[in-house]
Design a protein around this ligand. Structure first.
Ligand code: CDV
Length: 304
């Protein structure tokens, strides 16, 4: 009998700058219930799912932005989500801004099993945008001011009867992200994202935002024989149009379920985890066909 897991990408519509955490968690709970009604055992929420996408604003000093960050997980606002998920026996992936007790700030995600146990805490690896105030932009993308790059890279964990990995937003554009997890046998990657459709450094890319999203999710899934569950924060948030298009992608690269709105919406699919082996043991049989001895430059050379 094949291993099957019903998953949900829980897309969020916009979160207003002044929307309290409790109101956001209410929305997360509604999505959780909708996913549970449709049989989901794993719910994937977006990146920075508890707040508006605050890196669009410059705040100085940095400490004045502390209210956007969580220092514990679960914390006072998120405990209700942890409790309800455990009661329903549904696990989840949740993106949030993390400030650690020793002063690090990460764009993070947490993976929680159906019994409420924390599987792992992931720190976003590829941090896009800029470090300094750039008021010429119609909106800013100050992730490099607010967050340090995650030093751990991409792990995988045994959870949900599968080998599970995590990535956040910009990570999904890099082939290395999927390949590092692919080399560890990943079968299901959880991803949350906040992608403004307008890209100020090169607006010619705006019309391709949706195409590029599907391109990287599908190619990463296919080339590594893995499921990908990707959840957006979409819609017009504080005047910025954000890409929706949350999706579940099969190891074939096919999109098996996709959001049809840019608001709060649950996208559900049943994943046959054994489908991964069809790719991992044939076209992408790494042990048989990869040629790491000629790929040295990828790991050896810096970026220049
Ligand atoms: N949150 C993100 O990482 N957003 C980037 C934008 C800046 C391009 C993304 O890759 O979607």
């Amino acid at each position: 009998m094949s291993r099957r897991l019903v998953v949900a990408a829980a897309q969020l519509g916009p979160i207003a700058r002044d929307e309290p955490r409790d109101a956001v968690v209410e929305r997360l709970l509604e999505l959780l219930h909708a996913a549970h009604r449709r049989g989901a055992e794993l719910v994937v929420y977006p990146e920075l799912a508890l707040t508006t996408f605050f890196p669009r604003w410059w705040t100085a000093p940095l400490e004045a932005a502390d209210h956007w960050f969580e220092t514990e997980m679960p914390g006072p606002a998120t405990k209700a989500l942890f409790d309800e998920a455990r009661a329903l026996h549904v696990g989840f992936f949740l993106g949030y801004a993390q400030r650690t007790h020793d002063g690090h700030r990460y764009n993070s995600a947490i993976l929680v099993e159906r019994d409420g146990s924390i599987v792992a805490n992931f720190h976003k690896v590829h941090i896009p945008g800029h470090e300094h105030d750039e008021p010429w932009r119609p909106f800013q993308h100050l992730e490099r001011y607010y967050f340090e790059p995650g030093p751990e890279g991409f792990g995988v964990w045994s959870a949900f009867g599968a080998t599970v990995g995590m990535m956040l937003c910009n990570d999904r554009r890099w082939p290395e992200t999927y390949r590092v997890m692919g080399l560890q046998g990943v079968e299901l990657i959880c991803c949350g994202y906040n992608t403004p459709i307008h890209y100020p450094p090169d607006p010619s890319q705006d019309a391709l935002a949706g195409f590029h999203n599907q391109l990287v999710l599908s190619s990463g899934a296919y080339q590594n024989g893995t499921w990908v569950v990707a959840a957006a924060k979409g819609g017009v948030e504080e005047g910025v149009d954000m890409l929706a298009q949350s999706a579940v992608v099969a190891p074939s690269g096919q999109i098996v379920a996709q959001a049809v709105t840019s608001g709060d919406e649950v996208v559900v699919a049943e994943c046959d985890l054994d489908w991964c082996a069809r790719y991992k043991e044939t076209l992408f049989d790494f042990a048989r066909y990869r040629r790491p001895e000629v790929y040295g430059l990828i790991a050896q050379r810096g970026n220049r």
